[in-house]
Ligand binder design. Structure first.
Ligand code: GLU
Length: 444
């Protein structure tokens, strides 16, 4: 059986780390199995969905490298949902209800005050055709509920193991609103059937839905797919991330200069038994993916981990990969430059400052002009990787300076700063001429 999964975002906002983790796990599982990844825009709610968010979702997925094999819009598939609804009505599984929200609310309060679970009482099932006509004559429009079997629905969850939902403890879900809007539950199942989805992978907030949806698959004459419900994300403080998710959008991360490989390494590995380290590629992440590694405990999302992985991705980036970006920033100073500065990068954009240190202009920091003049006098004619050691040894001998007292003034003169990449490698890149100027206190 060839694996086919889907990611079904609603275009009512931008993607954030929570829903991207779901997209990513779907993608990793599918690609690790040589299967297919479907992007399904869950836009049945035409009032809340926008084309702008839809484009945003695509931009974010592409930036992360999560390309899809197929793409669908639920808003183009209403005919299939109508057909499925007709089938369910004919089988007596979808029934018209006329209660208003206030009536339902009142009934729930009465149930709760009697210590009963607030489950829909199926009063509408008892309505005669005549009563329905009378209600409709009053101007009421029906909403439609799916009559649950009220049984223990079980499945073998790829993350949670043996899972069970007792649909007797649930209200019959509304599938169609009184304004005709198909709520999420039915379209999702119809699409999963029509598109041949083999595994539904989503957040554990959908576990209860799964009970009802498995009944729906069966009521529509289909075999339910496999299910995996991923644990939720929590922040550094162990609190659910839901409230902070808006600020953890993928668009914001791109803006903040994070590498997509760092983002996917992070989201692909938190909550798993793998070490939290940077992966070489999305493909490598996919080939190492296994549901057996995913735990049931919440996955901890910590920005400090992402920062660390981001730096690791940059430190391992080849010149070949970096070059087009260096060129675009007008900071391509060659392979040696890249090899020299990459261990100092936290963000790719940090490279601009390092290129400036090499090319100038740098305003040197000089506290001891005599020391700087002596160092200049002793600077070798040609500079290469070995000259640094030789030069500093002679400066040490001539001035008596050593350790920090020797290296700090040289660094400050050459770079105008107290910290930075290895000077041994940087000095030949800066070049003799600029070094002499900087040692003389000139901005160069
Ligand atoms: N649009 C739904 C959501 O984002 C899809 C859930 C599902 O994967 O079935 O929650």
């Amino acid at each position: 059986m060839s694996v086919k999964v889907r990611f079904a975002p609603s275009p009512t906002g931008r993607l954030h780390v929570g829903n991207v983790r779901t997209a990513l796990v779907n993608w990793l599982f599918a690609k690790g199995q040589g299967g297919q990844f479907v992007l399904r825009i869950d836009d049945t709610d035409l009032a809340r969905s926008t084309a702008e968010f839809e484009t945003g979702i695509e931009t974010d997925l592409k930036w992360l490298g999560l390309e899809w094999d197929e793409r669908h819009n639920q808003s183009k598939r209403f005919a299939s949902y109508e057909a499925a609804a007709a089938k369910l009505k004919a089988a007596g599984r979808l029934y018209a209800c006329y209660e208003t929200a206030e009536e339902l609310d009142r009934r729930r309060k009465v149930q709760l005050s009697r210590g009963l679970p607030p489950i829909y009482d199926r009063a509408a099932l008892k309505l005669t055709d005549e009563e329905k006509r009378a209600l409709e004559a009053e101007g009421r429009r029906p909403h439609w509920r799916f009559r649950l079997d009220g049984r223990r629905v079980t499945w073998n969850d790829l993350v949670r193991g043996a899972a069970e939902v007792d649909t007797a403890s649930m209200s019959d879900p509304v599938l169609i609103r009184e304004d005709g809007l198909f709520l999420y539950t039915l379209p999702s199942v119809v699409d999963d059937i029509d598109m041949g989805i083999t595994h539904v992978i989503r957040g554990e907030d959908h576990v209860t839905n799964t009970g009802a949806q498995i009944e729906l698959f069966e009521a529509l004459g289909a075999k339910a797919p496999g299910f995996a419900h991923m644990s939720l994300l929590v922040g550094e403080d162990g609190q659910a991330l839901s409230k902070r998710l808006g600020s953890l959008s993928i668009a914001q991360m791109r803006e903040d200069g994070y590498e997509p490989l760092a983002v996917v390494s992070h989201l692909g590995r938190i909550g798993t038994s793998d070490n939290l380290e940077a992966s070489d590629s999305l493909e490598a992440l996919a080939s190492g993916f296994d549901f057996g590694k995913l735990g049931r405990a919440p996955a901890r999302y910590d920005t400090a981990d992402l920062d660390r992985l981001n730096a690791a991705v940059l430190h391992a980036m080849t010149y070949e990969a970096a070059r087009p970006r260096l060129t675009a920033m007008d900071a391509d100073l060659g392979e040696t430059f890249w090899q020299t500065v990459r261990p100092n990068l936290n963000r790719f954009s940090d490279v601009a400052e390092l290129a400036r240190i090499v090319r100038g202009p740098v305003t040197p920091k000089i506290e001891d002009a005599a020391f700087a003049a002596k160092a200049a006098e002793l600077l070798p004619q040609t500079l290469d990787e070995t000259s640094w050691g030789a030069w500093t040894a002679t400066v040490k001998e001539a001035t008596g300076a050593k350790g920090k007292g020797l290296f700090m003034p040289l660094r400050q003169a050459l770079t105008g700063d107290d910290h930075g990449p290895e000077l041994a490698a940087l000095a030949p890149l800066i070049g003799r001429e600029r070094i002499l100027k900087r040692l003389a206190g000139e901005t160069a």
